[in-house]
Design a protein around this ligand. Structure first.
Ligand SMILES: *Cc1c(COP(=O)(O)O)cnc(C)c1O
Length: 378
């Protein structure tokens, strides 16, 4: 892609991503590494990020949906790849034939994957997911013996191979939360039961980014960091990305589309939620909620323009928003930086998360398809 694209764009620093993968692998030296690239690589571009993560030593790739996993295969990514969010009638056979490890949380899924494997004449690689306390997907402890028993029978028949046992944390980003230790204990119990029953998984895994960064006792055989690989701290409470030696991968910027003088008392953008306090200059930033700039950041979102932090003046519109430049007159085309790693003093994605009352995950993931991703250092 053209790296000198003049318009609005999200620059994706793949060298930073590779460095983050190496940093995270050092945090979990005994464990394999799964690069989580769901939701188009948290908005960074799944294929480019998956390739870069592989280059930096990621053993596995992970996605939520089977469609995401199959798209990675179609783009030529080989090696271990897992997806976990299935619905009845999903593309089991395609996944089996593409050598994708699939997650099973309940009997309906085990039945469907077993039938698809018989039809394909090829064993499916299945990872059984335990609900150790998140209360989302995963098999409840009360139903686990039945699921494990059925998986053992399907294995004996040759239809499946149970490659993994796994679970997911609810509150790993809140250090000291009592659910953390309870989930680890239950994970030991549920994996122990499955192994005593006769399953021999290659990998047992539980750790997302917060657990990879702070809970070595949760690393088991494999860690699954997502947000930290993109150089973002999972929560302000845990510290900054820099505290963990991580570097933000995405920089969102756009050239000012217009700079103009306006008199005091001038309403700005829909609803006139902002009125100029006196004679001033306004800069027009050609990004809006259609591009994923949160409308909730109206009046609060920070932007670096010509060396100074400015604030979204009035409402974020679908395609554009305005900043009050306080009388300064940078020319049209001057770069406005919404967030990035901070090298030029620009805000971070966490500043936008705070401004919009959300989490950094949502800020980067929602950057829209209209914004070109410019991958640097591929
Ligand atoms: C999204 C996700 C991850 C990665 O979570 P982060 O907090 O971004 O590290 C890991 N495992 C599962 C099951 C997920 O859905």
């Amino acid at each position: 892609m053209n790296t000198s694209a003049p318009g609005p764009r999200a620059e994706i620093d793949l060298a930073a991503l590779r460095a983050n993968v190496r940093t995270l692998r050092e945090r979990a030296p005994g464990a394999a590494y799964m690069a989580v690239v769901k939701a188009d690589g948290y908005g960074h571009g799944a294929v480019a990020c998956a390739r870069a993560a592989r280059e930096a030593g990621a053993d596995w790739l992970g996605t939520a949906t089977p469609a995401e996993a199959l798209a990675l295969r179609a783009a030529g990514l080989d090696g271990r790849l897992m997806c976990w969010l299935w619905t009845p009638g999903g593309p089991w056979r395609e996944a089996i034939e593409a050598d994708v490890d699939v997650s099973v949380s309940g009997m309906w899924a085990l039945d469907e994957v077993t039938a698809a494997a018989r039809a394909a004449g090829r064993a499916a690689r299945v990872q059984l997911k335990a609900d150790t306390g998140l209360g989302r997907s995963g098999c409840q402890p009360a139903d686990w013996p039945e699921l494990v028993g059925a998986a053992l029978r399907a294995e004996a028949e040759g239809a499946i191979r149970v490659t993994g046992l796994w679970s997911h944390f609810a509150c790993a980003d809140e250090p000291g939360h009592p659910s953390i230790a309870a989930q680890i204990t239950l994970f030991h119990e549920m994996t122990g039961h499955a192994e005593r029953a006769g399953l021999r998984p290659e990998v047992r895994h539980l750790a997302n980014s917060p657990a990879t960064l702070t809970l070595p006792e949760a690393h088991f055989d494999l860690v699954r960091p997502g947000v930290a690989m993109y150089g973002l701290s999972p929560s302000p409470q845990m510290g900054t990305a820099a505290d963990f030696g991580l570097r933000p991968v995405m920089t969102l910027k756009a050239p000012l589309a217009l700079v103009k003088h306006v008199p005091g008392g001038h309403g700005v953008s829909y609803g006139h939620a902002y009125t100029t306090p006196g004679d001033t200059t306004l800069g027009l930033v050609p990004l809006g909620y259609g591009d994923g700039v949160p409308r909730h950041a109206s009046g609060t979102g920070p932007v670096l323009v010509a060396g100074k932090w400015r604030t979204v003046a009035g409402r974020v519109a679908m395609d554009q928003f305005v900043v009050d430049l306080g009388g300064e007159e940078p020319p049209a085309g001057t770069e406005a930086v919404l967030f990035g790693p901070g090298d030029q003093g620009e805000p971070g994605a966490e500043d936008w998360a705070r401004a919009a009352g959300t989490i950094v995950y949502e800020i980067v993931t929602r950057i829209g398809a209209r914004v070109p991703r410019v991958h640097l250092h591929a």
